[in-house]
Design a binder for this molecule. Structure first.
Ligand code: PBG
Length: 328
């Protein structure tokens, strides 16, 4: 018998395909991560992330300016800190004169309308390369001692002008802790985007190269989540909601589309996904080899993350994708 249902009718021309398209990317969806380094007039490409640079403070202003021109309005800066400034307690992270906070303040001064989501986690400043305080004897990650550090870091970032605080550390209770510290210091208007389900993923490799932030010993499995677990993400979601998160995030994105979807179905908060460094590197590497069409793959990847339920996407592709969207 011939088919009575013909879904292909809705695909028969570009105009019809456009009309019935369910998911559409816009530049408003993107949050662009930025890597900062000390010095002047520096733009050093990250080897494992072609097209992504570590910029000195002066250069970052140019980069933000170009992105704003393309319609990107939200940025997530991360610092690469000199080894000499790293210590067990990540003290440099609360230094208002340090690279990170000075640059954050500078970006806000030059671009008052830009939204900055600052990263709260010890790893870029930690001599141990961990997101928490490491017990010198046992090597354990000390949750509650870490909360003190995170609270001070978040407060210093709010003072520097951060719009959104993004705790990426996965310590227990940190959203409530940071919320309280912010509120007690008259920063109740500063938002928290919680890294709700952050997995202990192999996809962070290029990021750790960029910031020289890999753990000196051990791994992050005692705080980041097991990639095999989805229900645990929903438990973290419930806690972050109860603790006062304004937005939640799933990280990485591509191997976790089911988690994005499950979280989206259960929360009324905006859901963000972090399309991480390794996901970027995979596409770039294949494209450089001529094995994939880099641009089409990029747009498909981003569209699929949005289709899964992400309201916003942190992605190293932001600038390139914004240029594609502008071209139409
Ligand atoms: C650590 C942090 C990591 C990333 C963002 N914040 C790496 C890690 O947990 O080791 C990774 C982002 C990426 O890979 O793009 N606080």
């Amino acid at each position: 018998m011939l088919p009575t249902q013909r879904p292909r009718r809705n695909r028969k021309s570009e105009v019809i395909r456009d009309m019935v398209q369910e998911t559409r990317l816009t530049t408003h969806d993107f949050i662009f991560p930025l890597f900062l380094i000390e010095g002047q007039n520096q733009a050093l490409e990250v080897k494992s992330m072609p097209g992504i640079y570590r910029y000195s403070a002066d250069k970052i202003i140019e980069e933000v300016g170009q992105c704003v021109e393309l319609g990107i309005k939200t940025f997530a800066p991360f610092p690469s800190i000199n080894d000499a400034l790293k210590d067990r307690l990540a003290r440099e992270s609360a230094n208002p004169e340090g690279l990170y906070l000075k640059t954050v303040a500078d970006i806000k001064r030059q671009f008052p309308d830009v939204v900055l989501m600052t990263d709260v986690a010890m790893d870029p400043y930690s001599s141990d390369g961990h997101d928490g305080v490491v017990d010198a004897e046992s090597g354990e990650i000390l949750n509650d001692a870490t909360l003190e550090v995170l609270g001070q870091m978040a407060l210093a970032q709010a003072r520097a002008g951060a719009d959104i605080i993004g705790p990426s550390d996965m310590m227990d209770g940190r959203v409530a802790w940071i919320r309280r510290v912010l509120d007690e210091n008259a920063f109740s208007h500063v938002s928290i985007m919680s890294y709700t389900a952050k997995y202990a993923s192999a996809f962070y490799g290029p990021f750790r190269d960029a910031l020289d932030s890999a753990p000196k010993k051990g791994d992050k499995k005692s705080y980041q989540m097991n990639p095999a677990n989805k229900r645990e993400a929903l438990r973290e979601l419930a806690l972050d909601e109860a603790e006062g998160a304004d937005m939640v995030m799933i990280k990485p994105a591509l191997s976790y589309l089911d988690v994005i979807h499950a979280v989206k179905e259960r929360t009324h908060l905006p859901v963000t996904a972090y399309n991480v460094s390794g996901e970027y590197a995979m596409v770039k590497a294949a494209a450089q080899n001529g094995w994939l069409d880099g641009e089409k793959t990029m747009m498909e990847v981003l569209t699929s993350i949005k289709r899964a339920g992400a309201d916003a996407i942190l992605t190293y592709f932001a600038k390139e994708a914004a240029a594609v969207l502008r071209r139409g």
